[in-house]
Design a protein around this ligand. Structure first.
Ligand SMILES: [Zn+2]
Length: 181
């Protein structure tokens, strides 16, 4: 359910059978998100929201509500670009360096550029489409190397370094960018 709020814009309400109280958080799109008990009536949800305005304003890093629609649109464009590029770049670099993975997933988390799971699925953040190509490739190589080393051990970094000798610089430069919108 979505509440339209004059101050916070669209507020995402998740009804949860297990939750006893109301919990506030920030969605990946920067909107306010409320997790509420399943049978809480709408007027109560709105009342809790009103009673917590000050706390929300002060504590939660919400993004400008006036730009919610613009960010949704940006995200759609980024997803389209990513879909047409990242799976193919991953495939190319995997072949080039002799890796085999299971699946490529596109994600849009706010904090991680990529991940590699034990079932050999590699997730790449669509925000990679906003960073220079060398950094994008570095992230892909980093995740590919996790296929052989599920940690950040010396052996892991040696493997990354064998494909990307400037990986230390690339890791540092990546910190100037953020995967979110
Ligand atoms: Zn890693």
């Amino acid at each position: 359910m979505v509440i339209k709020d004059a101050e916070f814009g669209e507020v995402l309400v998740r009804k949860n059978a297990l939750s006893k109280g109301v919990r506030f958080s920030v969605s990946t799109s920067g909107r306010l998100q409320m997790s509420v008990p399943k049978h809480m009536p709408d007027f109560m949800i709105k009342r809790v929201l009103t009673n917590n305005r000050k706390m929300i304003r002060e504590k939660l890093p919400l993004k400008n509500p006036k730009e919610q629609k613009a960010r949704d649109y940006q995200k759609k464009l980024l997803m389209k670009k990513a879909r047409e590029y990242l799976p193919y770049r991953l495939e190319y670099l995997a072949k080039l360096h002799g890796y085999s993975y299971n699946k490529c997933r596109l994600s849009h988390a706010n904090t991680r550029w990529g991940s590699c799971s034990s079932n050999r699925t590699i997730s790449l953040n669509i925000g990679l489409m906003k960073v220079p190509e060398v950094l994008r490739d570095y992230v892909i190589i980093h995740e590919l190397a996790h296929l052989n080393h599920m940690d950040h051990s010396k052996a892991f970094w040696a493997e990354v370094g064998s494909h990307d000798p400037r990986y230390k610089t690339h890791e540092k430069k990546l910190k100037y960018f953020s995967p979110g919108l």
